[in-house]
Design a protein around this ligand. Structure first.
Ligand code: FES
Ligand SMILES: [Fe+2]
Length: 347
């Protein structure tokens, strides 16, 4: 499998908002870059390259009082935008200060999730806002956190694992969901959308017991978009929705973080949250275990194949990725390369 460079000029989920407390710097690796996250005096999140511009010591090793970051080595001070404020050892430092700035990343908080925009150094895009992902959650509502796990695999393997229908029968077998014996032929219509594709709205599979807990008409639509966002939008009755949101963030070439969230407009969220959370954790645990096995296999550098309809979405992912890289390099508008298509498989 090609382990292409990371996709840039896109937003990645970084942290749960509630975990980033005021007056603290939190460091996290995203796309192989160490980033220091914090909150400015207004409470807005910021993201800075976690290196002091003087000699490179991590800023997160220094101090932060909610306003000023002070490096632990020679005490240089910075504000939350990364601008240098003070160089204690410099007798006449006023002129130097203006030139010194820590590189910063666009950073944004919505629905209780903090996102970071990973710019392409060579081909920057000056309007990050345009690509901010739409998770279909009202702006004033919070996502419910289900689980965070780290998958011992690169982003490509992690994405393919997320959109691969054929593993469900063998990896996610359980009495309360479905069993291998209940597998049957599925036909699903797909359409291109945004930076990805969607399985168009349909009734849930008759062999998925999980859905039967919702009374009334239910239908689902599953969307996948670059860089690695999967949204399962369940419509319950006329007006209510339940969303299951999976966001993948590459930590580095060999490690990918999966964050799973839920949102529901239903006021009995507090009753379905715990069973939903339990179910989510069971599924993710099953995926992580199979990823551990896969990573053992990959050490042997086997050839891999993407075969037929069950692997079509994986091939689409690579097509989308290739197109995205091309658009960035040629500075052209992204146009989705996919066509509507019906896929069939047995699960
Ligand atoms: S390395 Fe940070 S002040 Fe010198
Ligand atoms: Fe899975």
């Amino acid at each position: 499998m090609e382990n292409g460079q990371f996709l840039r000029n896109l937003w990645y989920f970084a942290l749960e908002g509630r975990k980033l407390r005021k007056g603290r710097l939190q460091t996290k690796e995203v796309l192989g870059e160490k980033i220091a996250f914090g909150r400015n005096p207004d409470g807005k999140p910021f993201a800075l390259k976690d290196n002091c511009p003087h000699r490179g010591v991590p800023l997160s090793e220094g101090t932060f009082d909610g306003q000023t970051i002070r490096c632990c080595y020679h005490g240089w001070e910075f504000d939350c935008t990364g601008a240098c404020q003070k160089i204690p050892a410099l007798a006449d430092g006023a002129l130097e200060l203006k030139r010194i700035k820590i590189s910063s990343y666009p950073c944004k908080e919505l629905n209780g999730a903090i996102w970071v925009y990973m710019q392409d150094g060579k081909y920057p895009d000056h309007d990050p806002e345009v690509r901010f992902p739409d998770l279909m959650v009202p702006a004033d509502k919070r996502l419910l956190h289900i689980d965070t796990v780290r998958i011992p695999a690169g982003m490509d393997e992690a994405v393919i694992g997320l959109i691969d229908p054929a593993h469900v029968t063998f990896v996610h077998q359980s009495w309360f969901w479905r069993t291998a014996k209940s597998a049957r032929l599925k036909q699903k219509q797909f359409e291109p959308v945004g930076l990805g594709f969607k399985m168009v709205r349909h009734k849930p599979s008759a062999n998925s017991k999980g859905y039967s807990m919702f009374k009334g008409q239910t239908s689902t639509e599953i969307t996948f978009q670059l860089p690695g966002h999967r949204l399962e939008h369940i419509q319950v009755g006329e007006t209510d929705t339940i969303l299951s949101i999976t966001l993948l963030t590459p930590i580095n070439e060999r490690l990918t973080e999966l964050n799973h969230f839920a949102y529901s407009s239903l006021n009995f969220t507090k009753y379905i949250y715990w069973p939903l959370r339990k179910l989510g954790k069971v599924f993710i645990g099953q995926d992580v275990r199979v990823f551990e096995k896969l990573s053992k296999g990959l050490q042997n550098e086997p050839k891999q194949m993407l075969l037929g309809d069950p692997d079509a979405q994986a091939r689409w992912y690579f097509d989308l990725k290739k197109k995205w890289h091309l658009c960035i390099e040629q500075k052209t508008q992204f146009s989705n390369p996919l066509k509507p298509q019906m896929l069939s498989w047995i699960t």
